[in-house]
Design a protein around this ligand. Sequence first.
Ligand code: GDP
Ligand code: GDP
Length: 468
Amino acid sequence: MTVTVAIVGRPNVGKSTLFNRLVGRKIALVDDTPGVTRDRREAEGRIADLRFKVLDTAGYEDKTDGSLEDRMRQQTEIAIRDADVILFMIDARAGVMPLDERFAQVLRRAGKDVHLIANKAEGKAADPGLLEAYNLGFGEPVALSAEHGLGLSDLHAIVSKAVDAAAAKAEARAPSLDVMPEVDVDLPEDDGSTEDGPVKRWDPKRYLNVAIIGRPNAGKSTLINRMVGEDRLLTGPEAGITRDSILVPWEYEGRIINLVDTAGMRRKARIEQKLEKLAVSDSLRSIQYAEVVVLLLDAQIPFEKQDLTLADLVEREGRALVIAVNKWDTIEDKNAKLAELREQCERYLPQLKGIPLVTISGLQGRNIDKLMQAVFAIERKWNSHVSTARLNRWLSGMTESHPPPAVSGRRLKLRYMTQAKIRPPSFILFASRPEAVPNAYQRYLVNGLRDAFDMPGTPIRLWLRGGK
Ligand code: GDP
Ligand code: GDP
């Protein structure tokens, strides 16, 4: 499965530098050779084990005719038409320029898989540009230095996710065209399509990957079946049941939800491994596919060791988590059970304080709406950005009511805080001696953030830096 990657952006942000790095050799630059036009617009790129096609949209800038506007349009049209993944590059040192914003407008309408790449991010000079980049509305920017080869592992993650998604989509489509809705069916009429005709597209903002994980027999397959409303996922005790897809598209309240089916992965893998280990590695893959993870517990046997391992994995991977207690139909005294579950949750998962617990029955289809509301709510929190002004007001309140301890006789100064990224919310705290801030105090701040900005169930990262 070859995916095509396009690098798009205004002149001088570093597109050719990245192109050359991915392609691994210097493509002859021809602008100093009159009469020779650059015809190579596509080459094989690689990052470690990954192979893919790269489109060199920078080539179109060599044309001396046409306005910048024209060239920009050409570039983006080509990328939108031919690429599976668009890397939208800006120069983090220069910050966001008006022309970047114009690109952003066009790309937002394209509805493709667009990733914002903040290049020239080596060193501190790029920090303000990275923060500014959020305003372009593509979420967390990927910090890159094309020249120094930094940040390539993030590009690797982006491309390999696209490769997996393309493979899963192709697989899923082949055997079951009749039940698989095409994802582009309900697009708005005015989608900014080019004169080349309508381009297949969907709005990525309405596109959400949700993994359903849990121990074997927690009821994952039954729940997914119930959600998509068909018996396309075969459930049952028989071994060796095959299934075509691990991404099950489902339309819910006008959004495309890709349910990532962990049980399906295992059946596909067909490897002999110890069951528990296998379940965990399937789950890890599912988690990495997803933005929001639903951890399914069996109401009869909740909070087993493996459940806690899975919750921990979600937290470590920085995904948003919802806990669903399944088989609620089997519980007699529901009030007592719920109180007990809440108490267990606080005790076993203190790192996820206040996480929503939704009680459901996949078998009877009960409370699936409530579950989805919890999924959407946590997704919003996971994407939330707190302004620097609010953060610092909050920080001074926190340090007033509970000052940081003096360490070896010297007062510890917490100077300033800013949110560096979302998904998950990650904060930088500038301190006089970052290494001296005790863990307990860091926990106090993280829990405080979670309360103050209402982010239960969302992992929160806190990074300490010196200076400023
Ligand atoms: P393009 O017009 O977008 O293709 O940009 P180029 O690849 O030609 O790069 C424009 C300029 O930025 C060149 O001088 C590059 O050496 C420089 N450049 C590219 N990547 C980086 C980087 O990661 N860091 C820094 N500091 N400079 C870079
Ligand atoms: P998976 O291994 O997590 O995919 O679990 P399955 O979906 O195959 O379900 C395991 C067993 O639990 C099956 O016998 C299901 O019928 C049963 N089950 C699943 N959901 C529920 C539920 O909400 N209530 C009850 N009573 N049984 C359920």
